[in-house]
Design a protein around this ligand. Sequence first.
Ligand SMILES: *Cc1c(COP(=O)(O)O)cnc(C)c1O
Length: 396
Amino acid sequence: MSDIGNARMRQLSTIVAVGRSNERDETFVNMPVYRGSTVLFSSIEQRQKSQEKKFDQALSYGVRGGPNHHALEDMIAELEGGTRAQILSTGLAACTTALLACLRAGDHLLMSDGVYGPTRDFATGMLGRLGIETEFFPPEEDVGNLRKLLRPNTAAIFAESPSSHTFEVQNVPMLASLKERQDLKLILDNTWGIGNFRPFEHGVDFSVQALTKYVCGHSDVCLGSISTATEENFRLIRGAALELGQYASPDDCWLALRGARTLGVRLRQQSASALRIAQWLADQQPVVQLRYPALPGSPGHEIWKRDFDGASSLFGVVLAPHISVEASHRFIEALKLFGIGASWGGFESLVLPTTGFIRRSFPAGSTEGPALRLYIGLEDTDDLIEDLAQAMQVLA
Ligand SMILES: *Cc1c(COP(=O)(O)O)cnc(C)c1O
């Protein structure tokens, strides 16, 4: 993230200003919260007209959203490098809505084995009951083997990069190249890559974000988004979201807008801190592997360097095979500055065990020893290293 190009500078400037009104001579920096279900119209004709605008950013009906939704849509579309975005109640709802929007009974879905657990559960659960077959593929599968998995009824590929917990980096342009053979949609869960991976430049059709994570950034909001780069794809998503009754609270959208204003500086600080900590960990005797795409030598580093502008601060650590899973749990519990918890993206550092807590169809990541996941927050880097060092004494 050393040099920020012109496009990125403009992006950061846009994100600071999104939602501010230019309509008056004086205005607050932040827009107000617009709460509402009923929209009143000046005439029946006006009401009639508004009903035809369900794909527009118009005030027409409560669940179709208001000014806070529209401002957040614009901000997320800008961050993702798309043209439009739909806001959803959670990150998981963004994953499920994107899938429901492109699939029908009888379809075949290819899904990376490394996706977020509840996304997998939705595919094997509800999609299965609706007559959609999901086939998992290893996240690092090559193009030849993936081509062999394509069937005439394969309607979508769902990937997440890097993988949840094991951090394999997807070759997204290669996945997009599979679309040449048939009318396939490529859905990417780009939560880790927020602001650093521009999905539509690599052939993605639908980019999913758990805004719950870095965008909201303060561990107090659940929200999701799906961004698109064509009007056709946007209509597919917005149509599905409205049919499903998807909605997000304007208060939460307002908090997401506020959180996102500082996203650039948080990501820069936290990824620099994460890189230093990962480098330090790589030299420690109980550690056999770092799974942090931004770290040279880490799995997926070459693809990361080719496709990403920067990194987030979530990565995996694999311990030596002689260390038991129980000992790795004692290490986790000995940490004082890392909370044991799942929903990363806030200002506080987190840790979770990986081994025994993820479900995969294929061997995942390094199987050498027990693995764990670290999320680096905004604490002082030296303090975090000191904490890791003192907790490591339980492994001696
Ligand atoms: C957290 C997360 C989600 C789900 O987000 P929620 O808002 O908690 O539903 C989806 N995908 C990824 C990669 C995540 O990390």
